[in-house]
Design a binder for this molecule. Structure first.
Ligand SMILES: *Cc1c(COP(=O)(O)O)cnc(C)c1O
Length: 349
């Protein structure tokens, strides 16, 4: 394979910076399972505070945050209401069915976001025949549909209907802090509508590993049991937690650069032949464009772009391309990637 020079595959492509690595090296550590790792405890306190919840738990991945929250909230046969594009439905190997014994009930939102009216239409009171709509789960920002921000007002409207019907609320906040940086709304304000929320440390924040799940003390107590049960409990995890602390201290505000770079890329390629993109749909760090008019599928386009310019993007659909700037990507990289995409589009059309 040709060398990859500019990796826009995902914000998971970030590597720990030298400063982050140094900070990790110097972390004080202890046995996390016993609650004796001071760095883990510090990270958990930071995230609980940031999100305005009582308690927090470090987990090895965002997927485990979703799965443990679902397992605590739901019992056998319960329904989890979420958008059809939601990560737990399409990318977590059916975990909700295995661990929570729950059924995921998809709703067809608009680019990952559904309305209070849609919730009111599908959620019916349980009967002997009907399963119980136990939990409503939303993604901030919406991943598959392209990093779109759920407006606070819409979250509150959806919450009201869900609470009226006795449902609990969970936020998959993998990229919640991207929304915070873009809108200026406090993370705790977004989180206020939810019983449980988590943020991913290993996406745009740039840490190598981990997610932090928050909720009430009683919830975290039960979450700890699940963490132990499925092998998520670690030992000297302070090495990992230190990266999270460093990221929260140094990498939140800088995600504005990723958003600016995403817009810059979208604008730069919007005039290229055969590339369909509306730069106004870029709200945070994701750029998506359609290439169906170029006569190649996304796999071919991706390979050609790597071969011609060492630029890597992803192809979430047959004719859909996605590019995500992150802390390893400069404005000059964006301009180079835009030129490469333009040239390839020219060559193909
Ligand atoms: C990445 C992601 C996850 C899973 O997080 P991992 O840390 O990769 O396990 C869950 N939900 C959304 C929306 C994501 O983008």
């Amino acid at each position: 394979m040709s060398e990859i020079k500019i990796d826009l595959y995902s914000d998971t492509s970030t590597k720990p910076t030298q400063a982050m690595r140094t900070f990790m090296c110097e972390a004080e550590v202890g046995d996390e399972q016993k609650g004796e790792d001071p760095t883990v405890n510090q990270l958990q306190a930071m995230v609980a505070d940031l999100l305005g919840k009582e308690s927090a738990l470090l987990l090895p991945s965002g997927t485990m945050c979703n799965q443990i929250a679902y397992a605590v909230h739901c019992g056998p046969g319960d329904l989890i209401l979420l958008d059809r594009s939601a990560h737990p439905l399409i990318s977590e190997s059916g975990g909700a069915a295995v661990l929570a014994s729950a059924t995921m009930y998809p709703i067809d939102g608009d680019r990952g976001q559904f309305t209070a009216q849609q919730v009111a239409e599908v959620v019916e009171p349980p009967t002997r025949y009907k399963p119980t709509f136990r939990l409503l789960s939303i993604e901030q920002t919406t991943n598959r549909p392209g990093g779109l921000i759920w407006p606070l007002e819409q979250i509150r409207e959806v919450e009201q209907v869900a609470r009226d019907r006795g449902m609990m609320m969970h936020m998959d906040g993998a990229r919640l802090l991207n929304a915070v940086v873009e809108t200026g709304v406090a993370a705790s304000d977004y989180a206020a509508s939810f019983d449980t929320v988590w943020v991913d440390l290993s996406k745009g924040l740039g840490a190598p590993i981990g997610g932090v799940l928050v909720g009430t003390e009683a919830f975290i107590h039960e979450a700890w049991q699940w963490k132990q049960r499925i092998g998520g409990a670690m030992r000297q995890a302070g090495i990992v937690a230190a990266a999270g602390i460093y990221a929260l201290d140094h990498h939140i505000d800088r995600m504005a650069e990723d958003h600016a770079n995403a817009k810059r890329l979208a604008n730069a390629i919007s005039g290229a032949p055969g590339i369909r993109i509306d730069p106004d749909t870029v709200e945070t760090n994701m750029v998506r464009f359609e290439i169906d008019e170029l006569g190649v599928d996304s796999a071919t386009f991706i390979n050609r772009l790597i071969q011609s310019a060492g630029v890597r993007v992803s192809g979430p659909g047959q004719y859909l391309i996605r590019a995500i700037p992150h802390l390893g990507i400069t404005e000059a990289d964006i301009d180079e990637a835009a030129t490469a995409i333009h040239s390839l589009a020219d060559a193909l059309s």
